[in-house]
Design a protein around this ligand. Structure first.
Ligand code: GLA
Length: 749
């Protein structure tokens, strides 16, 4: 396992527990991608790529007579620019003196080191357990002097390979990057489906799985955020792959800004994926001696289906991406006042919510938008991170003391990257906002985006937020970002560097987050961007949890959380129980079903608890106790999807499993008359182990028909893992509006 270089055949092998990744420096010094997939043994992969002359695919110059050796046909590890490979390109680089766009990289040297590389200014996977190895391959373009350093981090046990790219101008003329991708992945054969996660505000990460056409398919965002619309995580899976079988490749950028992944199926059936920063309006000046780093990408491959791929990412993100001390810590059950009060609150009304919440077992009170500046609606005040004393006389601390006296922690909402025109900050620094010269800007939620690429903006926010955190006993921050970036123009950059503005913005955000999360490690940070508009591995480096969606309707959340689960673990999905009729959809769902869905995330409440009946309050008390009882299996268990909305539109079901217990959750979304009871085949259990059905809770059923004679349906039944997985389990017959079930199994010793 690990990284090997076989000098005799100039071949690099990255070996993980179940996968092999191989590259070779060919006779001409180019780095060819030879293989990535399930583990293979010895053998000379050169034979897979015999010379073959393809019309209109140009040959390398030395092969011009013999023909048949073309950069347009051979699988490339990272492409050059404008030198005969007409497929998707990784790079566009222009010589500042001649204007020529061109680069053709030749192998220079390599280095293999223990541990994992880091990237300056960018988030990336870490290796606290010292299990990773790093490979640096240095390539050089002889004409421009541009050096390409390919970085590989190999986490062998976890079957994850990280990749990143550094471009260094070792020449004498300035260079201009117009595209600089993070990675290229060439799969020379196969029939692939693209699994991607699209959506919109309040309906994020809907899974879609089209087959790849002989064309270029793009998943991208130009919004300055990873976006609600196209999550940067994509999967290529074999056309026959299922949850449990089949070859799958995951590609997860560790980046939160504009991104682009293109996938091309070429003339020969080779599939090329190129991923990285979006190149629209992007450029980067590289003066002699300067370097540029493209963000990291997490690659994972498994022969065991989509479910196994998800579980690999869940473990990896939690262990090697999240850095927060909270990544494994027990997080508090919270109450957030947003959907309870919106902007209309004061110390007394917040304390009333907190008192009620404390009496039901809630552990933290989060004060959302509206506590600062002049902020009675969403038109004003962003940027003025000073307490609004009309609402909160004496500031935050008296409120916090009252909340703490109830035995609760206190958390606060902020949206630091934004500014309202009607704010003291904007009046003092209008040039700190991104706006185009001579144009009125497009407004999102009537607010502007700060130019986070300016060091003075980052310094100002560091100072202001640090003071806030030092002067008040705040134990949680919800970090929001409520519009996308248009009018991208920095007042601080010269004309030739304007193409750097959007990426510099992200670097500034990362710097600010790095400073604050390092200085205040005891604060639990939750990311948010109008819900899940920046739900990505870059943000997870700073935030162990992210608010999944502004859509709190439990039925809609089933689909959002289902899609999210393909790449991201339960421990990072912010989910709350909210009021009914739901504020986004008007739907009414039983209170317990709302809790079953929210429990598959970080769990909290977001409603006016004062309006609940006594019976509902008792339910809330029970829900919190249930969540706390199941906490370990929900948050730390391996996650299995038990339903596919396309195949079983009647219900959504999922299961988490640890060594000692398992919890199955199901919500019936479409009750049917005269239907067979639900028959579930469980997953992830030990075949020969015995499991006791120790809790079976059915919620929200309007009438309880016979549960049938199946002995396994009885609480107390003992069944083998193999029976539960292969013969299955019959649930009590459910009817009603969105009833739900939680089934808890304990493994017998
Ligand atoms: C965003 C968030 C919400 C809430 C509002 C406040 O939309 O996603 O949860 O915090 O902002 O303005």
């Amino acid at each position: 396992m690990g990284i090997q270089f076989d000098a005799a055949i100039s071949t690099f092998t990255l070996q993980t527990a179940r996968t092999t990744y191989r590259m070779r420096v060919d006779e001409r010094g180019r780095l060819l991608h030879m293989y990535y997939g399930r583990r293979i043994g010895r053998g000379d992969l050169r034979e897979l790529y015999p010379p073959a002359d393809h019309g209109f695919s140009p040959d390398y110059y030395p092969c011009r007579r013999r023909r048949g050796v073309s950069p347009d046909v051979l699988p490339q590890e990272y492409t050059g620019c404008n030198v005969g490979d007409f497929r998707l390109s990784c790079l566009v680089v222009r010589d500042g003196m001649t204007g020529a766009a061109g680069a053709d990289f030749l192998y220079d040297s390599h280095e293999i080191t223990p541990g994992k590389y880091t990237l300056e200014g960018l988030p990336c996977a870490h290796d606290e357990d010292s299990e990773a190895e790093t490979l640096y391959i240095r390539m050089k373009d002889p004409v421009t002097g541009l050096v390409l350093v390919l970085l590989y981090g190999v986490f062998a046990r976890q079957d994850v390979i990280t990749r990143a790219v550094r471009l260094e101008n070792a020449g004498t003329a300035p260079l201009r990057l117009e595209k600089a991708a993070s990675a290229c992945l060439d799969l020379p054969f196969g029939d692939w489906d693209l699994v991607h996660f699209h959506g919109r505000h309040a309906m994020e990460r809907k899974m879609e799985r089209p087959p790849l056409p002989h064309a270029i398919t793009t998943v991208s965002s130009t919004r300055g955020a990873s976006s609600h619309h196209h999550n940067p995580f994509v999967i290529l899976c074999d056309h026959t792959a299922t949850e449990d079988h089949g070859l799958c490749y995951g590609v997860m950028p560790v980046y939160s800004g504009s991104h682009r992944t293109d996938i091309e199926v070429d003339q020969n059936g080779l599939t090329r994926l190129v991923t990285g920063l979006h190149d629209e309006r992007f450029s980067w000046q590289l003066e002699p001696g300067e370097s540029f780093t493209a963000p990291e990408v997490l690659l994972c491959c498994t022969p065991d289906g989509l479910g196994d791929l998800s579980r690999h990412y869940h473990t990896f993100l939690r262990r090697n991406i999240c850095r927060s001390p909270f990544r494994y810590a027990r997080r508090p059950v919270l109450i957030n006042n947003w959907e309870a009060t919106y902007f209309d609150f004061n110390t007394e009304s917040i304390c009333r919510i907190a008192e009620k919440a404390a009496s039901l077992g809630v552990e933290m009170m989060v004060l959302d938008d509206g506590w600062f500046g002049k902020r009675d609606d969403d038109n004003t005040g962003l940027g003025d991170w000073f307490v609004n004393e009309k609402k909160l006389p004496g500031g935050l601390q008296p409120l916090i003391e009252r909340v703490n006296a109830l035995g609760m922690k206190f958390g606060l909402w902020v949206e630091p990257e934004m500014v309202s025109e009607d704010s003291d900050l904007y009046r003092a620094h209008p040039d700190w906002a991104l706006t185009l010269p001579g144009r009125t800007p497009a407004m999102g939620r009537n607010q502007l985006v700060l130019d986070m690429g300016r060091p003075e903006v980052v310094d100002y926010l560091t100072q202001r937020l640090s003071t806030l955190l030092r002067e008040n006993h705040i134990e949680y921050i919800k970090w929001d970002m409520n519009r996308n970036m248009s009018d991208v123009y920095s007042r601080a950059l010269p004309p030739e560097r304007q193409g750097e503005t959007a990426h510099r913005y992200m670097l500034g955000v990362y710097k600010l987050l790095d400073r604050l999360t390092t200085a205040f490690p005891h604060v639990l940070f939750e990311g948010c961007a109008g819900g899940g508009g920046r739900f990505d591995a870059g943000m997870l480096c700073y935030f162990p949890q992210i608010w999944c969606s502004d859509n709190t309707d439990a039925i809609e959340r089933l689909s959002i959380q289902h899609g999210t689960s393909f790449g991201y673990p339960v421990s990072c999905m912010g989910a709350h129980v909210s009021a009914c009729p739901n504020h986004q959809t008007g739907r009414t769902v039983p209170l317990w079903t709302r809790a079953v869905v929210a429990m598959s995330g970080t769990f909290g409440y977001e409603l006016d608890l004062g309006r609940l009946t006594d019976e509902e309050c008792d339910q809330v008390r029970d829900q919190i106790k249930t969540f706390q009882r199941y906490y370990d299996v929900i948050q730390n268990g391996a996650y299995y999807r038990l339903s596919d909305p396309d195949r079983q539109p009647r219900y959504v079901a999922w299961q988490t499993v640890t060594d000692t217990e398992s919890l199955v959750s199901l919500v019936l979304t479409h009750p049917e008359a005269n239907a067979r009871p639900l028959h579930l085949c469980l997953k992830g259990l030990e075949e020969d182990a015995l499991y006791k059905v120790d809790e079976l809770n059915v919620y929200g059923v309007t009438a309880t028909p016979e549960s049938g004679d199946n002995p396994a349906s009885q609480v107390g039944a003992v069944c083998s893992g193999s029976m539960l997985m292969y013969a299955g389990y019959i649930l009590p017959h459910l009817i009603g509006d969105a009833p739900s079930v939680q089934l808890h199994l304990t493994r017998l010793p």
